[in-house]
Write a protein that binds this ligand. Structure first.
Ligand code: TNX
Length: 539
């Protein structure tokens, strides 16, 4: 019998060792990991760092402790590690070190991330940058790092350096909690989902025809009556001022600014059903009318009496009453109470689709809102129609539909938030087969939602006029968190990338590969997403 030679066995053993290594060692190429939003620059070093229970987290100064804790908490469920956290200026071996440095080029939100076989360092000029460095770091681990239960490991990540900062200052999402109400817990989860992709604003649409969702102490019926229903006739709900503050604080811990919106002077039926004296002659559409404790039949459309509640989905039929000063007292009270519990600089006054308000009245309203918001120390934001008012460079206009209004806003030196409905509305259906969502602005498959550039969207509007990008999710058809996630994912990461990454480095063919890698991360986070056929999902 022929005997095997020694070299043969050596090769066999070497091959065996190589293959067993391959199952343990991750991709060692930092440039191929697939981070979303795409980073500005990355240099791969070709080795790997292993996170073990012995790694310590060090923050350079005491005030960075919350960020250190946040990191410990993110890594704990899947790894089972109780990483120690302490303050230390020095960079020691086998640590993840967070520190602030003075590097103006990084701006308020940029960061440097360096990974060697010996440890990890994140530095930034502001805490927000460290937070975004941590989000990038999370994406470098295998997808199971996002699981809520203990996983196998090992936890290798590729070595190298990343330097990264955003293109636009405003990277936002909007959630309509008025058409259907969503709990504080749901909003917190949405905050976690969007901050993972480095979004920094959450705009809450807090009032509409179908429901008033924020407690106003000086006008209590707004919530007891106006908040008592929603689309489809469900029981609705509202946030107490305390709960709203809890959302604001949670958002702040994820470097997210809450932008509260009270939609005026249209989209206001929930307030008119609560206080008849505000009613500017509103006639509630028949389909969706719901008796409230204040309305006894018959319906007295045209008179200043409380309207019926509304549970349908039509838009553009309600209006405040311009002639009576009580209306402006009401608005001022609402804006004052909300400003007092909103640390962020903005108040959004809606202003959209006020088809039941006469044009001359609409202008009066917008001009008075502008003064009022200013008197409460805030910056006014409104949907694009407000460009018709006396607005200036202190006002922000949110573009959703009309090129003309966007251009008018820019002529008046206002800055724009870009939310073109046919690209960025998360409530549009993906295609003709998806059941959730609307389609008035067209279907938005994942590629169509990604493939646009805010700076070339409207003729005459350039990046200097643009504060950033926001993806609104209107909730006429959406009733729970699962449905929110199905419409938001996987499109939302694309809007985050449009806001963060330089336009000239973005293209769909490259993006879809990174998005394909993110499927496993979304699954590990329990996100119920739409598995678009256009994306090469990694198994
Ligand atoms: C238009 S966009 C609206 C909302 C609807 C949305 C549905 C805008 C400022 N107004 O009232 O919910 O379409 O997609």
């Amino acid at each position: 019998m022929k005997s095997f030679s020694k070299p043969f066995f050596t090769i066999l053993i070497a091959l065996f060792m190589l293959s067993s290594c391959a199952t343990d060692t991750p991709s060692t190429n930092l440039a191929e990991v697939g981070i979303i939003p795409k980073v500005v620059s990355v240099t791969a070093a070709g080795e790997s760092f292993q996170l073990t229970n012995d790694v310590a987290i060090h923050v350079a100064t005491e005030d960075l402790m919350p960020l250190g804790k946040y990191l410990v908490e993110r890594l704990k469920p899947a790894t089972g590690f109780e990483l120690t956290l302490s303050t230390s200026k020095e960079e020691a071996s086998n640590t993840i070190h967070l520190s602030l440095v003075s590097d103006e080029a990084l701006g308020n939100e940029g960061y440097d991330l360096s990974i060697t076989t010996d440890g990890i360092k994140i530095s930034a000029s502001k805490p927000a940058g460290l937070f975004y460095g941590i989000q990038t770091l999370r994406q470098l681990f295998p997808p199971t790092i996002e699981a809520s239960t203990k996983q196998e490991g090992p936890w290798y990540i590729a070595t190298g350096t990343i330097r990264d900062f955003p293109t636009y200052a405003w990277r936002g999402a909007m959630l309509d909690v008025a058409r259907h109400f969503f709990s504080v817990e749901d909003v917190k989860r949405y905050i976690d989902l969007i901050s993972y992709y480095k979004m920094n604003t959450l705009h809450l649409h807090l009032s509409d025809d179908q429901g008033w969702r924020i407690e106003i102490k000086s006008w209590p019926k707004l919530t007891t009556i106006g908040g008592s229903t929603e689309v489809g006739g469900g029981e609705g709900g509202f946030y107490t001022q305390e709960q709203y503050s809890e959302i604001v604080a949670y958002a702040a811990s994820r470097f997210i600014t809450i932008v509260p919106e009270i939609d005026l002077p249209g989209h206001i039926n929930s307030a008119l059903a609560s206080y008849g004296e505000l009613n500017g002659g509103t006639i509630v559409p028949e389909e969706g009318r719901k008796k409230s404790p204040l309305t006894s039949s018959p319906i007295l459309g045209g008179e200043p009496v409380p309207t019926d509640l509304y549970t349908g989905t039509e838009v553009g039929w309600s209006t405040l009453r311009v002639e009576k000063e009580i209306t402006f007292q009401f608005i001022d009270d609402v804006l004052r109470e909300i400003a007092a519990i909103t640390p962020g600089p903005y108040l959004h006054i809606g202003g959209d689709e006020a088809a039941a308000t006469k044009k001359e009245d609409y202008i009066i309203f917008i001009n008075r809102f502008t003064e009022m918001v200013r008197s409460h120390g805030k910056i006014m934001i409104g949907w694009e129609e407000i460009a018709q008012g006396n607005i200036d460079s202190n006002v922000i206009v949110q573009h959703w539909h009309s090129q003309k209004y966007a251009q008018e806003a820019v002529e008046k030196n206002a800055r724009l938030i870009m939310s073109p409905a046919n690209r960025a509305y998360l409530d549009m259906k993906y295609d003709s087969t998806t059941t959730l969502g609307l389609k008035w602005a067209g279907y938005i498959e994942v590629d169509h939602g990604y493939n646009w550039n805010p700076a070339t969207e409207v003729e005459g509007v350039t990046s200097e006029n643009i504060l950033g990008v926001e993806a609104p999710l209107w909730s006429e058809t959406v009733t729970n968190m699962d449905e929110i996630e199905f419409l938001a994912f996987p499109r939302l990461p694309g809007y985050a990338e449009i806001g963060w990454s330089p336009a000239e480095t973005r293209n769909w063919d490259e993006y879809k590969v990174r998005l394909g890698k993110h499927g496993k991360y979304m699954k590990a986070r329990g996100i119920d997403f739409y598995e678009s056929k256009l994306v090469p999902w990694e198994e």
